[in-house]
Design a protein around this ligand. Sequence first.
Ligand code: OAD
Length: 257
Amino acid sequence: MEGMEEAVRELARRLAGASSVSVLTGAGVSAASGIATFRGEDGTWSRFRPEDLATPEAFARDPSFVWGWYEDRRRQVAAARPNAAHEVLARWSRRFPHFRLLTQNVDELHERAGTGGVVRLHGSLWELQCWEACPQSPLRWRDETVPLTELPPSCPWCRGLVRPGVVWFGEALPEEALLAAAEAVQTEVFLAIGTSGVVQPAAGLLAEARARGAWTAEINPEPGALAAAADLSVPAAAEDALPEVEARLAAEGAGGC
Ligand code: OAD
């Protein structure tokens, strides 16, 4: 595909000259690891309504139903492995002097691939939080037990109900993640990979980076909202495009053209 080759070459050329690179990822990056995306034909939101699963109101109404879905997701993710897209990004986190990875994913596959300092905009499947926000408990704590010993789990400090440590619709993002995102948009190159770009505030970051002077690109086999806002659209799966860009980048480094 000539257009695709041209896009890969252009992206590699931009990366070769950059010292600061910020990347925003979404569910599409984990698709090749077998984790379902949210939107689209086989997406989670084609089977469930977000307001039944991913809001504080849904949890208050039926914590067992919500936990059933998260437990299932924890099981799937525990059995999954990072794919080529996660692996390339992990190598880039060591290659570029200023590299920031912001993710909307709660699966921690970027961390498992070896990317350090990942900014988790929407929290983590592996963190728990006291629903009562009891003063004895930390804000969030880790629990990677699969399956959980008790469902729904109870707070080890106050014995009250525990919720997943993820951000739901209608909730604010963690303050430290917002601060990191504000820094990440000040960069030479900003890439959005595997996200439909419809959930704010993550969806607005590419345009914000571009407004601040970054060169921007999107990688998505079904170019969507962000393709129109970006300088370049790479219409391919992340696990295919990123290794190609990496190979091209190596050729650029070796003085190739
Ligand atoms: P979506 O499911 O909305 O979008 C996934 C995107 O990945 C789509 O645009 C697909 O075309 C693309 N895609 C699919 N396979 C791909 C592949 N192999 N390589 C690259 N791209 C691929 O997921 P997000 O944009 O991450 O929030 O969704 C954002 C937020 O909405 C999620 O964090 C979640 C969800 O509701 C909450 O639960 C709060």
